[in-house]
Design a protein around this ligand. Structure first.
Ligand SMILES: [Zn+2]
Length: 215
């Protein structure tokens, strides 16, 4: 696997995993971390503070894979939390950080650390979701994941919002998003003054809030 390749001259590198919601980004992040752990490399996992107050948390995929993580208020905080013997730093929900995440990722990689960042590449309007595009540019490796379009069964690259909101990110609302392909994607659906709630209900029903299926 290429993730085990040596970067050369003792430097680390940056890997970026992007895609729409439900495309398996976090699952892939966790898979890579597991492999690093098998190789006895110390890993540290971070995610941005969004709506929960606890500093110790977990990164969980929609398929219920999870790993322990630290919640940080900003990218800079990550630098102060890195242990001396850490070899791999993983960051989930990269799109919720500001552009200082670029600087932090570069510093860590230059220091010899393997940095893996997962995040949404586009927002609900289908537009680039900073700072992920910039991270993709400076990364050594970029992996784009597709989900399955829940409307037509094709490859989904977009995150469809099913309810109206002016916020760029509606947090903790996995039940109001679904994966769609370019052809079925309709950002106007979330801009309408009167959303078609019944349509959203029937179509979005397969997306349970993440906590509901937890054992
Ligand atoms: Zn489709």
């Amino acid at each position: 696997m290429r993730e085990s390749l040596a970067p050369g001259r003792g430097a680390g590198w940056i890997e970026v995993i992007v895609g729409s919601m439900f495309s398996g980004k976090t699952e892939e992040l966790i898979r890579r971390l597991r492999r690093a752990q098998i190789a006895k490399q110390k890993v540290q996992v971070f995610k941005p503070r969004i709506d929960n107050r606890y500093s110790h948390s977990q990164v969980a995929s929609h398929s219920e894979q999870r790993t322990d993580s630290l919640v940080v208020d900003g990218a800079k905080e990550i630098l102060s939390l890195i242990d001396d013997n850490t070899r791999v730093v993983a960051i989930d929900e990269g799109q919720f950080f500001d552009s200082t995440l670029l600087e932090v990722a570069q510093k860590l990689a230059n220091r010899g650390i393997r940095v893996i960042i997962a995040g949404l590449d586009t927002d609900w309007r289908g537009l680039p979701f900073e700072p992920m595009p910039q991270l993709m540019a400076i990364a050594e490796m970029v992996t784009k994941h597709n989900a399955i379009c829940v409307v037509c069964g094709g490859l989904a690259s977009r995150t469809q919002r099913l309810s109206v909101s002016t916020a760029r990110v509606q947090v903790g609302a996995a039940d109001i998003y679904e994966a769609r392909c370019r052809g079925c994607f309709d950002p106007k659906l979330a801009m309408d003054t009167k959303p078609d709630v019944s349509r959203a209900k029937t179509r979005g029903s397969k997306k349970e809030p993440r906590d509901s299926a937890r054992p």
